[in-house]
Design a protein around this ligand. Structure first.
Ligand code: ARG
Ligand code: ZN
Length: 851
C-alpha cells in the first residue's frame, strides 16, 4: 500500500474528452460519464473509483457483462479493452451522507444547504470512475441537473446551455476548453447570491468575476473581489501571466477541510478564507483572505496550466505558488513584517515537522496517503527553496527563468527537475539546489567572525541531522545574506550574498574601514535568506547594537528574538536591556511602523520553544519561564505602555498598513498593561470593546477580558455571543478565544465541545478548541488533555480522516517529553492505534510511534 516515486509509469490510456452528467436527487446523485480513451502505453484499462455504486459500464456502445470487467473497492478494470475506447459508466453516489468532505458532498443545512466538490488530490474517483491521476489531462463538458430550489448550478469553464427538466428541475451545461487533470474538476449545486465585477487582462480579454456566497454573507465578499483584481494585475506585472478564460468564479462554503481550492475557473473556498468585513473579520483574517485569494489565483499558471506529473511533485505547484502569494502580500505591507510572519510560521510548523517523526523531504519519495503530505514542509519549505533561487538569480534572471518555465511546459504535467532545468537557462547554479528537495531535516548553520585591521573573515559551517531511512545528508547550497556595520557609528560598511556550498567555508571582506576603536558587527542570514537554524556567535552587545541599527527589518527583529531566547534559556539575564530596547524602538516606530513595533514584542510561542528540546522537555517549566519574562517586560515598561496606548486612540476604520499596525500594537499594549496591574487598564478594555469600530479592536479586548479573568468576563462572553450569534466565523473566534486562554481548563474546553453549536462536521468549528489545546502544551501533555484530544481524533477517524490525521500530527514530538509524560503519551497513542481505521491516521501513527 506504500507508493514510491521511483515506480512512476506513464498512464496506459489518455482521456481526450470527458462528458460528465451529475443529477442530484434528495437521497443520492446519479453520475453518468463518457470518456474518450486512447492507448498510449502498455497496461490494462484501469479506472479508479471509491464508494461508487456501479450501475452499468459500456465500451464503444456495448454494455459489458460482469465477466468483461473486474471491480473492487478501489478500481474498475476492463478486460481486454480495445486501444480506442469510448467508456461509459453510470454510478450512484451519496453526497448527502459524505462527511469526508472529499468528492461531491453536502455542506450546510436548510437554507444554506449546498453541494460542492473537493477533488484534489484523489476526490474525483469518489464522483465517477476515472484514471484519477494528475498526468491525465482532458477536456471536460459537465451537465448538472437538480431541483429548482437550487438555483445555482456551476462547473468549470463557460456556460453553454441552461434549461428546464419537467416542472421542478433544471440543468446547466458547462464546457471547459482547457485540458486539465481530474483534481481540478469542480461543481457546485446551491442557492447562492453573487457579487459580480470585471477585469480586462493585459491581453485585452474581458473577464467576468463572480463571487458566490449565501445571502447573509454576500456583502462580505468585497475584500476578496478587490484582492482578486489585484492578484490578476500582479501576476501580469510580475510574471507576465494573464488569465485565460472569460469567467472566474469563487464559491464560499462553510464546511471545507483546507483553506481553498484552485479548481480551473471555479475556486471553492472555506468561508474563513474568503469572507471579510470590518465588523466580523480581524485584520489578521482579512489579510489572510487576500493572501489565499492570491494563492488560488496564482495557481492558474503554477498548478493548473502547468501541473504536476504525480503527487510526489506537489511542491512544484505549492512551493512556487506560496512563494508567489508571499511576494504579493509583501507588496501590500511592510516587507519586513511579511517576512517576520512567514518565518514565524515556518519555524513553528515546518521546523517542528523536520525535527520530528513525521520529517519528510519537500519532495517525498513514498507515501501511503497523499492527503498526509499537504504539509508545512511541502508548502512552506517548498516556498523557501524557490525564494532562495529567486534571490540568487535576482529579479531579471529569475524572470528569464520563469518565462522559460511557462513557455516550455504550458499544458503539461511536469516534475521538480523540469522546473530547475527551465530556471537553469538563466543561471546553472540552480541545478545544485536539487538536494534541498530530497533531503529532510533543517540544516543548522553556525559560524562566527574574526577580523584584523581592514580584513573581516566570516566563518560558516552547516550540519543537517541524519533522518532515519534516508541517505546520509550532503552539504546544501545555502545563500547567506550578510552585512557588516561599524559598532560605534552603526554605519553600513559592506553587504554581500554569501553562498555556502560545502560543510564549512571562510568568506573574506577586504577594505572594511572601521571607526576609531570600533569593531565589525556582522549580521548574517538577513531577511532569513535560507530555511536554516542559525547558531551564530553574536555577542549580546552586538545583538543589542543590531536591534538599534540593523537597516534590514527582519534581522532587526531577529536580533531582538535572539536576545529574548537567550534570556529564556538563561544565557543572558539583562531583562532591563531588552526593555530599554523596546522602549527606544517603540518610541521610534509608534508613528511610522506600529506593526513592526508590535512584532518586536513577540515572544516565541510555547510550541516554538519546545523545539529546543530533543528530550526531557518540561512544558510547565517552559511556560513558567515564558510567563515570567512577559511579566517582567510588562512591569519594566509600565510607565510607557499607558502613554503609548493613549497615543493610539480608536479611529474610524481604515484598511491600511498603518491603521492595522496601530490596532495590533494597541492590543499588545493592552495586554501588557493588564499584566503590570495598571489600574486604569480594566476600564480601557471595556471601553475598547464597547466602542470598537471593527473586529480587531473588539476581539483584542474580548481576548484580554478572558485571559486576565476580568470582573465582567461572563457578561462579555454572553454579549459577544449574542451580538454575533448568526455569524459562524465570529462564533468560531468566540470558541477559540476561550479555549486558548490558560485560565480555561481542560474541563472547560470539554464543556465547550459538548455544546449544541459545536458541530463536528464543520472543520473550522472543530479546530477552534482542538487547535487551542494543541497550542497549550501544559494542558495537552496530561492524561486528561490527551484523552480529550485523542478521543476527538478517534471520532473524526470515522467521519473525516483527513481532519483526524491533521490534528494528530500536532503530537508528532511526543517523544521529547520527560520520561513519565512520554510514557503516558506513548500508551495513549498505542491505544488509539487499536481503535482507528483510516489509512490517514494509521500512516501517521505508524511513523509517530517509530522513534
Ligand atoms: N491545492 C489547495 C491549495 O493549496 C489545497 C487543497 C488540499 N486539499 C486536500 N484535500 N488536501 O490551495
Ligand atoms: Zn496551493
Amino acid at each position: 500500500q506504500k507508493i514510491y516515486l521511483k515506480d512512476y509509469t506513464p498512464p496506459a490510456y489518455a482521456v481526450k474528452k470527458v462528458d460528465l452528467d451529475i443529477c442530484l436527487y434528495e437521497q443520492q446523485a446519479i453520475v453518468s460519464s463518457r470518456l474518450e480513451m486512447t492507448r498510449q502505453a502498455a497496461g490494462e484499462l484501469v479506472l479508479l473509483g471509491r464508494d461508487l455504486q456501479l450501475q452499468q459500464v459500456s465500451v464503444n456502445g456495448e454494455v459489458l457483462s460482469s465477466a468483461q470487467f473486474r471491480l473492487d473497492s478501489e478500481s474498475l478494470t476492463l478486460i481486454d479493452a480495445p486501444d480506442r475506447a469510448i467508456v461509459e459508466t453510470k454510478v450512484i453516489i451519496k453526497p448527502q451522507t459524505n462527511t469526508t468532505l472529499e468528492g461531491l458532498y453536502q455542506s450546510g443545512l436548510d437554507d444554506e444547504m449546498m453541494f460542492v466538490t473537493q477533488c484534489e488530490p484523489e476526490g474525483f474517483r469518489k464522483i465517477t470512475f476515472f484514471p484519477d491521476r494528475p498526468d491525465v489531462l482532458s477536456e471536460y463538458t459537465t451537465r448538472l441537473e437538480a431541483p429548482k430550489t437550487f438555483k445555482t448550478l456551476l462547473a468549470n469553464g463557460n456556460l453553454v446551455e441552461a434549461g428546464e427538466v419537467g416542472d421542478d428541475r433544471h440543468y446547466t451545461i458547462w464546457h471547459d476548453p482547457t485540458k486539465k487533470p481530474s483534481y481540478l474538476f469542480a461543481a457546485v449545486i446551491a442557492n447562492l447570491q453573487v457579487l459580480q465585477d470585471h477585469y480586462t487582462t493585459s491581453e485585452g480579454r474581458k473577464v467576468l468575476l463572480e463571487l458566490y456566497a449565501v445571502s447573509q454573507d454576500i456583502d462580505k465578499c468585497h475584500v476578496a473581489m478587490q484582492a482578486l483584481k489585484d492578484s490578476m494585475k500582479w501576476d501580469e506585472d510580475n510574471y507576465g501571466r494573464a488569465y485565460d478564460l472569460d469567467r472566474y468564479m469563487i464559491v464560499a462554503t462553510s464546511q471545507f477541510n483546507m483553506g481553498a481550492m484552485e479548481n480551473k475557473g471555479l475556486n471553492i473556498f472555506n468561508t474563513s478564507c474568503v469572507l471579510s468585513s470590518p465588523e466580523t473579520a480581524t485584520d489578521e483574517r482579512s489579510f489572510n483572505v487576500k493572501a489565499v485569494i492570491a494563492h488560488e489565483y496564482f495557481h492558474n499558471w503554477t498548478g493548473n496550466r502547468i501541473t504536476c506529473r504525480d503527487w510526489f511533485q506537489l511542491c512544484l505547484k505549492e512551493g512556487f505558488t506560496v512563494f508567489r502569494d508571499q511576494s504579493f502580500s509583501g507588496d501590500f505591507r511592510s516587507k519586513a513584517v511579511q517576512r517576520i510572519e512567514d518565518v514565524a510560521i515556518l519555524r513553528s510548523a515546518q521546523f517542528a515537522e523536520d525535527a520530528g517523526t513525521l520529517a519528510h523531504p519537500v519532495r517525498p519519495e513514498s507515501f501511503v496517503e497523499i492527503n498526509n503530505f499537504y504539509t508545512a514542509t511541502v508548502y512552506e519549505k517548498g516556498a523557501e527553496i524557490v525564494r532562495m533561487l529567486a534571490n540568487l538569480l535576482g529579479k531579471e534572471k529569475f524572470r528569464q527563468g520563469t518565462d522559460e518555465y511557462f513557455a516550455r511546459y504550458d499544458g503539461q504535467a511536469v516534475t521538480v527537475e523540469d522546473f530547475l532545468s527551465a530556471l537553469s537557462v538563466a543561471d546553472e547554479r540552480v541545478l545544485a539546489f536539487m538536494p534541498w528537495y530530497r533531503q529532510p531535516g533543517t540544516p543548522v548553520l553556525s559560524g562566527g567572525v574574526q577580523y584584523e585591521q581592514d580584513k573581516v573573515v566570516v566563518r560558516l559551517a552547516q550540519k543537517t541531522r541524519h533522518v532515519p531511512n534516508y541517505d546520509a545528508p550532503v552539504a546544501l547550497p545555502i545563500p547567506v545574506d550578510t552585512a557588516i556595520f561599524d559598532s560605534n557609528t552603526g554605519q553600513l560598511l559592506a553587504e554581500k550574498m554569501l553562498l555556502l556550498t560545502t560543510d564549512s567555508a571562510e568568506f573574506v571582506f577586504d577594505g572594511i574601514q572601521l571607526s576609531e576603536g570600533g569593531h565589525p558587527v556582522v549580521s548574517v542570514l538577513r531577511n532569513f535568506s535560507a530555511p536554516v537554524r542559525l547558531e551564530f556567535d553574536y555577542s549580546d552587545e552586538d545583538l543589542v547594537r543590531l536591534v538599534s541599527f540593523e537597516t534590514e527589518g527582519f534581522n532587526r527583529w531577529q536580533a531582538m528574538q535572539t536576545l529574548v531566547n537567550r534570556w529564556l534559556f538563561g544565557s543572558f539575564d539583562n531583562v532591563d536591556s531588552i526593555a530599554g530596547l523596546l522602549k527606544t524602538v517603540t518610541d521610534e516606530l509608534l508613528d511610522c511602523d506600529p506593526m513592526l513595533a508590535a512584532r518586536l514584542f513577540d515572544v516565541p510561542s510555547q510550541k516554538e520553544l519546545a523545539m529546543a528540546y530533543d528530550s526531557d522537555y518540561d512544558p510547565v517549566a517552559v511556560k513558567a519561564r515564558r510567563d515570567e519574562f512577559i511579566k517582567l517586560i510588562a512591569c519594566a515598561l509600565a510607565d510607557k505602555t499607558t502613554t503609548w496606548y493613549q497615543a493610539l486612540p480608536i479611529q474610524a476604520y481604515e484598511d491600511t498598513p498603518l491603521a492595522r499596525g496601530r490596532r495590533l500594537l494597541r492590543n499588545v499594549l493592552l495586554d501588557l498593561r493588564l499584566l503590570a496591574g495598571d489600574a486604569a487598564a480594566e476600564q480601557d478594555v471595556y471601553y475598547q470593546y464597547d466602542n470598537a469600530t471593527c473586529m480587531s479592536e473588539r476581539l483584542g479586548a474580548f481576548t484580554a477580558i478572558i485571559n486576565h479573568d476580568l470582573g465582567k468576563k461572563s457578561l462579555y462572553i454572553a454579549n459577544f455571543y449574542e451580538k454575533f450569534a448568526n455569524e459562524d466565523l465570529v462564533i468560531d473566534a468566540w470558541f477559540n478565544a476561550q479555549a486558548l486562554s490558560s485560565r480555561t481548563s481542560i474541563d472547560d474546553i470539554a464543556a465547550l465541545m459538548q455544546r449544541q453549536d459545536y458541530d463536528w462536521n464543520t472543520p473550522n468549528r472543530v479546530r477552534t478548541t482542538l487547535g487551542a489545546l494543541a497550542a497549550k502544551p501544559v494542558q495537552l501533555w496530561t492524561q486528561q488533555g490527551m484523552a480529550l484530544y485523542l478521543s476527538a481524533v478517534e471520532r473524526l477517524d470515522g467521519s473525516n480522516p483527513l481532519l483526524a490525521a491533521r490534528l494528530l500530527s500536532a503530537l508528532a514530538r511526543w517523544y521529547t517529553l520527560g520520561d513519565d509524560t512520554k510514557a503516558m503519551a506513548q500508551s495513549n497513542l498505542e491505544q488509539l492505534k487499536q481503535k482507528v481505521q483510516s489509512k490517514n491516521v494509521l500512516e501517521f501513527l505508524d511513523n509517530m510511534l517509530t522513534v
